[in-house]
Design a protein around this ligand. Structure first.
Ligand SMILES: *Cc1c(COP(=O)(O)O)cnc(C)c1O
Length: 443
């Protein structure tokens, strides 16, 4: 049991972490970066303890993964019981109930009450790859439309879908074909401003796809209803719903990538729920299983079942231990109303961010929903000049004070907040105090 308290025992990183980091540099491929090289010994709830005895407040959840908290008791019990039963058979060889039960839960919690099917995988990128395979197989069409600022993963097909070159794509081409990029409804940076974005974005996307791709060639449109790595960009009301309607009109599969925004993170089960959007296919991962690797594609039975038997799968996909963790996590979200908790977090954090913006004059935009919140840092409020250097300085200041924070955004100038949904108000408030200190020190 880790006390839910920040402790600074040494400098961060401390000597034991620094020694481990030397070993890392000598043996781990340098392409695998680390944002904050404190080596973790244990973690629970909203606290991460390192090998020097420092206890850091967690505003990252391992990138929106440990939404139910680290060392969640339901997850521990379920995983322990499952490991004692068996660890692997391969669902494609000899199946087991846990996989089926996760698919039943996915049918229940994802948007829409139509008939659904799911397939389980190991990572978000793998889920996205499979969603594209399913959409192409079901429609017989090749093209896939993605968006500016999108992030969908690091495999070959998902790199092609991802927008940002550095660090995700640089030197890794050639990329998969038949991927087309549409403008993103980015209210803060839309030429003409947020109102123009609300008025124009959908028709701009539709015109772009019509002119450059052709509706009849388009298998799928894939969108993060709130973009993640690209900067927590929230499209204006009506954009996602309008896009989904337009897709349906043209027989295009609308894929919502809710790998980061899903599972109570935004104050609903899914970000799509906020506007009553029912995606044809939805990809999930990250928050689904309390840190165990599990991912899924869930969607309309007619699309999912269009693929020939044996066309989907993988050795580890829907591993029984990961499924057990997934079932326990979903139960926790339902029983403990973590969607409601995400809305409480928003209510606590946003006024603090507004006050910070007022006081510092370097925050151009505050956005997000629930416990998926971000601020965009600029050096000039009028010109909206991205200030990545300030974001990096504040990030480092938070780290050295014992707060785990993450940046994101195409221009590297967005600060994102992704605390575990089980974090207490005290740690949340203390984390925000530290953020303020880090701003004051950096400005
Ligand atoms: C993280 C993420 C992915 C990729 O998931 P991995 O598990 O890292 O492969 C895809 N889409 C979105 C929206 C993500 O946030």
């Amino acid at each position: 049991m880790i006390e839910q308290q920040r402790i600074l025992a040494t400098a961060i990183p401390g000597p034991a972490s620094t020694e481990l980091h030397q070993r890392k540099l000598a043996t781990v491929a340098s392409g695998v970066g680390t944002g904050l090289p404190v080596y973790v010994e244990a973690a629970e709830g909203g606290i991460v303890r390192d090998v020097d005895g420092n206890q850091l407040i967690d505003f990252g959840s391992g990138i929106a993964v440990t939404s139910v908290g680290n060392r969640n008791q339901r997850v521990i019990d379920a995983v322990t019981a499952q490991i004692n039963d068996f660890t692997h058979t391969c669902f494609m060889v000899t199946p087991y109930e846990e996989y089926v039960a996760v698919c039943e839960e996915l049918a229940d919690v994802t948007p829409g009450d139509h008939e659904k099917r799911s397939a389980l995988f190991n990572s978000g990128a793998e889920a996205v790859e499979n969603a594209v395979k399913i959409a192409r197989s079901a429609t017989g069409r090749p093209a896939v439309v993605t968006f500016e600022h999108a992030y969908h993963g690091r495999t070959n097909l998902t790199m092609a879908l991802t927008a940002k070159n550095m660090p995700y794509k640089q030197g890794f081409g050639p990329f998969a074909g038949e991927i087309y990029r549409a403008p993103m409804a980015y209210p803060y940076r839309w030429p003409g401003g947020p109102q123009a974005c609300a008025d124009e974005a959908l028709s701009t996307v539709i015109d772009t796809v019509h002119a450059q791709v052709g509706e009849g060639n388009t298998a799928a449109v894939i969108l993060e209803p709130i973009q993640g790595e690209g900067g927590f960009i929230v499209p204006p009301p009506g954009f996602v719903a309008g896009l989904a309607d337009w897709c349906r009109e043209h027989g295009i599969v609308f894929i919502a990538d809710e790998i980061q925004s899903g599972f109570c993170r935004t104050g609903d089960w899914f970000a799509s729920d906020h506007e009553g959007v029912v995606p044809d296919l939805i990809t999930t991962a990250k928050g689904i299983a309390g840190g165990m690797p599990l991912a899924a594609v869930t969607g309309r039975a007619d699309l999912m079942d269009a693929v020939h038997a044996g066309g989907l799968g993988g050795t580890y996909g829907g591993n029984p231990v990961a499924c057990a963790a997934g079932l326990a996590s979903i139960e926790t979200m339902r029983e403990d109303d973590l969607a409601g908790r995400a809305r409480e977090i928003e209510a606590l954090v946003v006024p603090r961010l507004r006050a910070l913006a007022e006081r510092t004059g370097v925050i151009g935009d505050i956005r997000g929903r629930g416990a998926m919140l971000a601020i965009e840092l600029v050096s000039d409020l009028e010109a909206k000049t991205p200030d990545a250097a300030l974001a990096a300085a504040v990030n480092a200041g938070c780290h050295s004070r014992g707060l785990i924070t993450l940046t994101c955004g195409t221009y590297g100038n967005v600060f994102r907040f992704l605390p575990p949904l089980t974090i207490g108000d005290e740690l949340l408030t203390e984390g925000l105090d530290i953020l303020e200190e880090a701003f004051d020190a950096a400005l």
